[in-house]
Design a protein around this ligand. Structure first.
Ligand SMILES: [Zn+2]
Ligand SMILES: [Zn+2]
Length: 403
């Protein structure tokens, strides 16, 4: 792998050697009746030029966990504010039931205000939080001495829960990769996972519409996948290595180019990791799902839908047995037929010989139909599109913070 550059926030950007693997994509298409007739290579559209298809390496958990601890420490340092708030509530309650006089109440307010201004000088409030480097090493300076962070927290009198939380935190850097790709094996592979997830969550045995979406996503030349994984070797075989993935679209807004996450897929944890990572790429216009919300609907061109002729067999299995009655065809429901006598040289009305004067004909229709008829229809296939609307020639999505 070849390092292209390191972003200001420490994320490294690498070339990966992903090869388009149509064989793998075809294997997945072959799993469904509807898609096995489709040639993956034939319907694949090369993506339009972009500068996003790389692997991005970043540290997961380290920063998150560190800031999480700092938040907890700062929360503890708010104890005086909370106590004074409770006191002032209590004082007000006493005043309301006239347990204290107006003067006493004023005195208490002044006292609370004074203590708020002075602040707290307890060891927790005076605690200097460890730096990121100290947190990683497990040691920090406390009252001039180098001690373990655990010891420092204990000495300062932090609550047991906070110390336990700190002890359980993962401090080692966990290097993760986010790879953005349009290679057919990943486009189809991730969408296949999606179909399986939908079937599982909706208890479907089969979903024809879903499997055709595999074709739609190969066709769409602005659709990408962002995959979260641990090492670059995973790119040769993602089976079991995928943490989570995002559907990405390459969009152009007011002349600016973005790669935007339209939907996230994975467990709660992996989705939050995914989101965390994508947010670290905003400086290079890779945008998190947060930007696909809001009220600014935009309409953007896309390369249409994939058209496929779908064949199907319509099976007709019917048994007809019914009595039908209709107006007599010969006498038009009059019951009388106008004949002509040559000998009399005159027309003569006779009882209608077809309906015997009944005006109606009643018949018993009986037929057993057992037939299979081959039909075909051209249908438009779109990719799976959660988070936006796809109309074939254009898409509509809500954006925020991009206009
Ligand atoms: Zn304090
Ligand atoms: Zn008749």
């Amino acid at each position: 792998m070849e390092l292209i550059k390191t972003l200001d926030n420490g994320v490294s950007m690498y070339h990966n050697n992903i090869k388009q693997d149509f064989r793998k994509a075809q294997e997945i298409l072959n799993m469904f009746d509807e898609t096995k007739i489709i040639d993956a290579q034939m319907i694949y559209n090369n993506r339009i030029n972009n500068e996003y298809e790389y692997s991005y390496q970043y540290d997961y958990s380290r920063m998150n966990n560190y800031y999480n601890l700092i938040d907890m420490i700062n929360e503890c340092k708010q104890h005086l504010k909370r106590e004074l708030f409770e006191e002032s509530k209590h004082s007000y309650a006493l005043y309301q039931v006239k347990d204290i006089s107006s003067e006493e109440r004023q005195e208490q307010i002044r006292d609370i205000e004074r203590r708020r201004k002075e602040g707290c000088k307890c060891a927790v409030c005076a605690f200097n939080s460890p730096s990121l480097e100290e947190w990683e090493s497990g040691y920090m300076k406390y009252k001039g001495k180098r001690v373990t962070i655990e010891k420092a927290l204990k000495k300062a009198g932090f609550k047991k829960e906070l110390i336990n939380h700190y002890m359980k935190q993962e401090k080692e850097r966990k290097e993760m990769f986010l790879t953005i790709s349009s290679s057919p094996q990943f486009i189809v592979g991730c969408n296949y996972n999606l179909i399986e997830d939908i079937k599982r969550s909706e208890y479907l045995l089969d979903n024809k519409e879903c499997s055709l979406e595999l074709a739609g996503c190969l066709h769409d030349d602005r659709l990408y996948i962002a995959m979260l994984h641990e090492s670059l070797e995973d790119l040769d075989n993602m089976d079991g290595a995928l943490y989570g993935y995002a559907m990405m679209r390459h969009i152009t807004l007011n002349g600016n180019d973005y790669m935007i996450a339209v939907s996230y897929h994975g467990s709660n944890t992996t989705v939050s990791m995914l989101d965390d990572c994508i947010k670290q790429l905003e400086s290079i216009n890779v945008m998190s799902n947060e930007h696909v919300k809001g009220n600014d609907m935009v309409r953007l061109n896309s390369n249409g839908s994939y058209e496929i002729v779908v064949h199907d067999d319509i099976v007709i299995h019917e048994s007809i047995d019914s009595i039908v009655s209709y107006e007599c065809i010969l006498c038009n429901g009059v019951g009388v037929y106008d004949g002509y006598s040559n000998r009399m040289n005159d027309s003569i009305s006779v009882v209608c010989p077809m309906c015997d004067g009944n005006k109606k004909i009643t018949e018993n229709v009986h037929k057993v139909i057992d037939e299979t008829i081959r039909v075909n229809k051209k249908i438009k296939v779109l990719p799976y599109c959660k988070g936006y609307n796809h109309y074939g020639d254009y898409i509509e999505l809500a954006v925020s913070g991009l206009l």
